[in-house]
Design a protein around this ligand. Structure first.
Ligand SMILES: [Zn+2]
Length: 210
């Protein structure tokens, strides 16, 4: 199951919300998302179709810093978590690590996402909120670090934590897997801050359900 579908599973576990998302699919297929932004606990954007545009904000719970301490230490014990993330993949089994500390990486139900939209169409999960949520899933499928950022740990902070907490038995420079030629580059890989906006602008309107 991909990160994007896991992003949807909890939301669609509620039959009423699943029905709404089905109903909104034609809209989601043609509405654009502009000014897409992700920050700690907040995903926002402007959802625009031919007639209207509305600002939408989605709020999700964040992971407390004290929990990040233990969480990142556990992640650092397995080098594959960093390696997967740097390869653009959501690591297999990562939700289990979060679960061990009684927090979740993905929303487990629609009630765990607070939707706020400028339209007055429906109180919860209007079509604009659904469109932005779907857009978020596509964005984090392209860059799993975005999901950690919304949970409260931005890319550089996460990578620093994982590096610092690596067990001493795995000295730096010994890492042998992955794509980088120079093992040192593994830890200094940088992505420009504009990357997030780039990703958002590269997401076309959904066409799979038109
Ligand atoms: Zn709306």
């Amino acid at each position: 199951m991909t990160g994007e579908s896991k992003w949807m599973t909890g939301i669609l576990s509620d039959p009423g919300t699943a029905e709404k998302f089905r109903k909104f699919r034609p809209f989601a297929a043609q509405a654009a998302v502009r000014d897409f932004q992700i920050s700690k606990g907040v995903i926002s954007g402007v959802v625009e179709d031919r007639e209207n545009k509305f600002g939408v904000t989605l709020r999700v719970s964040t992971v407390p810093e004290s929990v990040w301490e233990d969480l990142t230490r556990t992640m650092a014990e397995e080098g594959r978590f960093s390696a997967d993330l740097l390869s653009g993949r959501m690591p297999e089994g990562i939700e289990d690590v979060f679960g061990r500390f009684q927090v979740s990486l993905y929303p487990r139900s629609p009630a765990e996402v607070y939707v706020s939209c400028e339209c007055s169409e429906e109180p919860v999960w209007c079509r604009h909120g659904a469109r932005l949520y779907l857009c978020s899933g596509e964005a984090l499928e392209k860059d799993p670090f975005l999901l950690f950022a919304v949970k409260g740990k931005a890319r550089e902070a996460l990578l620093t934590d994982l590096r610092v907490k690596r067990p001493a038995a795995a000295p730096s420079g010994e890492w042998k897997g992955g794509r980088q030629e120079n093992p040192e580059d593994f830890w200094v890989l940088r992505v420009p801050a504009e990357k997030l906006r780039e990703i958002a602008s590269a997401i076309p309107p959904r066409r799979d359900s038109a």
